[in-house]
Design a protein around this ligand. Sequence first.
Ligand code: ZN
Length: 85
Amino acid sequence: MTTRDPRWTDEDRDWMLALAVYRSWLCPKCGGLLEECTSHADTGPTFQVSKIRCRRTDALITEQEANTLPNPEALLWAWAAQARM
Ligand SMILES: [Zn+2]
């Protein structure tokens, strides 16, 4: 008979259980607290939307749109940040 130490300690399991419980409180759409974002429109909080642009994704989309290679779905794209001189 072979015995092994468990891969997870009781504390590990407690942390993972706590994480699962916490994640169950979050909205799968916006990542906010489910209780807030599904609250009644008349009594719950209001939400203000703002946006910023991810320039990395912007550059990727620009490059993808300029792409004329065949089967573009097969391309693996990568990016690297370059410091300004
Ligand atoms: Zn939400």
